[in-house]
Design a protein around this ligand. Structure first.
Ligand SMILES: C[S@@+](CC[C@H](N)C(=O)[O-])C[C@H]1O[C@@H](n2cnc3c(N)ncnc32)[C@H](O)[C@@H]1O
Ligand code: SF4
Length: 394
């Protein structure tokens, strides 16, 4: 007699015939000024950046991690922050050369750099491109001076527009980050922002609803932001405008022209592997019979000190088989087109039978759609994503 196995108690540990695609994330933890809404691992840079010391640390970090990914090609690199565009062209060039010398980078690797729209950064775009960056992600946030000021940004709308234009004439793959639901923002202003972003014609747009995160200035001193209904109406207009302009909505906040989806983020969302180096960077690496997560010390000083003493890894743990279905779904169900059924076994190393009963249950509740090829969230499932994901938790 066959019995179905609950995803809460998979009876086997992961087993991989071939390992998932591998990405590299590099964290640069400094910004000119800390934005009042930001809970990323970013720290105000006082004085000059210790970029040579940090560069040496990143390469030492990478060398230390190498045995975990030995021989595996790296398909994408993402240099994020913080504000990595604060690095000099010389340091970025040395960083990418150091990466290439240590890891087999795929010939067509996507190499993204996050940049802020300041004039000083924009002057370096051509140099960043010559160093090997082929995708630029520019945090413009808004094209309205009043809102940029309320967000504590150091750039104004004119600088954002000029930096976007320069980025688009330098790179043929550019993402613009936009936020909506901003302090004091009206529906018309949100619509004007998305229209202005579309007029710039980037290949990719990331549009985020401003969230008030714990441990931020905005959490301590909350600004007046549009209520849930108003923010939902803004989201609607952002999505409609982008769809009409030919951008496919492929993940909660991500929109792309055909073939311009972010391959690095897609690898996260399809539960691929990633090695993270730099302060606070996280890694998820699969081996033949298990999956490990580890992360580095968050504070730049602690990161540098720990690395000098050996390894900067401050936390390391093996993912239990019972956690894998939830971890996989938390990523894959963010994708509007969901995932092909075979991806579950490919990425978790577990048999699909572990989750079939829960997929049935979610489908019966109208949260998922399933056919012979794949699984994707329904609009109801997208709206109540947390309820949907809870079904897969141990
Ligand atoms: C890692 S951040 C850094 C990029 C770059 N330093 C910048 O701020 O322009 C990436 C993006 O996350 C978004 N973001 C950061 N904090 C947010 C928040 N509290 N709510 C919504 N989006 C946020 C912003 O659009 C930002 O550009
Ligand atoms: S510039 Fe970006 S990373 Fe830096 S504090 Fe502002 S939002 Fe955070």
């Amino acid at each position: 007699m066959s019995s179905r196995v609950s995803p809460l108690t998979p009876h086997s540990s992961p087993r991989f015939n071939s390992l998932p695609p591998l990405s590299l994330y590099i964290h640069v933890p400094w910004c000119v000024r800390k934005c009042p809404y930001c809970d990323f691992n970013s720290h105000e840079a006082r004085g000059t950046l210790p970029e040579d010391e940090y560069l040496a640390a990143l390469l030492a970090d990478l060398e230390f991690a190498l045995p975990q990914v030995w021989g595996r090609p790296v398909l994408t690199v993402f240099i994020g922050g913080g504000t990595p565009s604060l690095l000099s062209v010389r340091a970025l060039d040395a960083l990418l050369s150091g990466v290439r010398a240590r890891l087999p980078l795929a010939a067509d690797a996507e190499i993204t750099l996050e940049a802020n729209p300041g004039t000083v950064e924009a002057e370096k775009f051509a140099g960043f491109r010559a160093a090997g960056v082929n995708r630029l992600s520019l945090g413009i946030q808004s094209l309205n001076d009043r809102h940029l000021k309320a967000l504590g940004r150091i750039h104004d709308a004119g600088e954002a527009r000029r930096a976007a234009e320069l980025a688009l004439s330098t790179f043929d793959n550019v993402n613009l980050d936009l936020m909506y639901g901003l302090p004091g923002q009206t529906q018309d202003e949100a619509e004007a922002d998305i229209a202005a972003v579309i007029a710039l014609a980037p290949q990719h747009v990331s549009a985020y609803h401003l969230t008030i995160e714990p441990n931020t200035y905005f959490h301590r001193y909350p600004p007046v932001v549009p209520d849930d209904d108003a923010a939902a109406a803004m989201q609607e207009v952002v999505e409609t405008r982008l769809a009409a302009a030919g951008y496919a909505h492929y993940e909660t906040s991500a929109f792309a022209r055909p073939d311009r989806q972010c391959r690095h983020n897609l690898n996260y969302w399809s539960f691929g592997d990633y090695l993270g180096i730099g302060a606070g960077a996280h890694s998820k690496i699969s081996f033949k019979n298990n999956i490990l997560r580890f992360s580095c010390a968050r504070q730049p000083k602690a990161y540098l000190t720990q690395l000098a003493a050996g390894s900067a890894v401050s936390e390391r743990r093996e993912l239990g088989a019972a956690e894998l279905p939830g971890e996989f779904m938390m990523n894959a169900l963010r994708l509007n087109n969901g995932f092909e059924l075979s991806l579950f076994a490919d990425r978790t190393g577990l048999d699909l039978t572990h989750v079939l009963p829960v997929l049935d249950q979610a489908e019966a509740r109208g949260l998922l759609l399933r056919d012979h090829r794949g699984v994707r969230p329904t609009p109801l499932g997208q709206r109540f994503l947390n309820d949907l994901l809870a079904l897969f938790l141990p």
